[in-house]
Design a protein around this ligand. Structure first.
Ligand code: HPA
Length: 235
């Protein structure tokens, strides 16, 4: 049985899935990290593959950008395909001065300017939170690689482009300790919680709102490798 956005059959997708925003990243993960990878989805070019990493069955699929997109794909993964561990591997913009380009952030929780949960909870504000088990293991594994990730809350924003004076400034989130801005984690954590499954966002810093710096496209690959090493250990 397919869904409107996924042509996989039940059983085609592993219990653990790595979720980059970009579907071509999912293709890259399949080609570089997985053995015997088989394509299970190409609806809307949202490529998904299942293969093996160190003998463990693992899938990867793009999510697209933003909370609505990741919410659609992850809802279907949980509801129709029995996925149990959802690991986002994404990028983010740092909002704290001590966070550098290429640093790794483990998103313990995700604030959001999206109204998805106000609607869902009739005006109440839900706190989308990572799986402690995945968070703890990711932190431990990063340590064994000699990396100390930043751990804390991030902000999942509905807007990438903002115009001065028309939005709540990013500094307001930063003042309350948010480490970085991205666009998906609050949707991922909320969906996973509803289905009683585990989720974690592992993020590489691709730009700094504080220092106005940006990672070059060649350098993105290097940063991505570290994040993947951490993510694959969670399978
Ligand atoms: N804003 C939103 N999402 C992002 C950013 C950003 O600055 N950098 C990487 N993902």
């Amino acid at each position: 049985m397919a869904t409107p956005h996924n042509r996989a059959n039940p059983g085609d997708i592993a219990e653990t899935i790595l979720l980059p925003g970009d579907p071509l990243r999912a293709k890259f993960i399949a080609e570089h990290y997985l053995e015997d990878a088989v394509l299970f989805n190409d609806v809307r070019n949202m490529f998904g593959y299942t293969g093996y990493w160190n003998g463990v069955r693992v899938s990867t699929m793009g999510t697209g950008m933003g909370i609505p997109s990741i919410s659609i794909y992850t809802e279907e993964l949980c509801r129709f395909y029995g996925v149990k561990k959802l690991i986002r591997v994404g990028s983010c913009g740092a909002m704290q001065p001590d966070i550098k380009l290429y640093d790794i952030i483990l998103a313990m929780s995700a604030c959001t300017d999206s109204s998805i949960n106000n609607y869902r909870f009739d005006g109440g504000s839900y706190a989308p939170t990572a799986s402690f088990d995945l968070l703890y293991r990711a932190y431990e594994h990063a340590g064994s690689l000699g990396i100390t990730p930043h751990v804390g809350t991030v902000t999942s924003s509905d807007t990438f482009y903002t115009i001065d004076g028309e939005d709540i400034s990013w500094q307001q989130w930063a003042a309350y300790g948010s480490l970085a801005v991205e666009m998906e984690s609050a949707g991922l954590y909320t969906t996973a919680a509803r289905h009683g499954v585990q989720a974690l966002s592992i993020l590489t810093v691709s730009d700094s709102l504080v220092h106005g710096q940006e990672v070059s496209s060649e350098e993105r690959e290097k940063a991505f490798t570290t994040m993947m090493e951490i993510a694959l250990q969670l399978a």
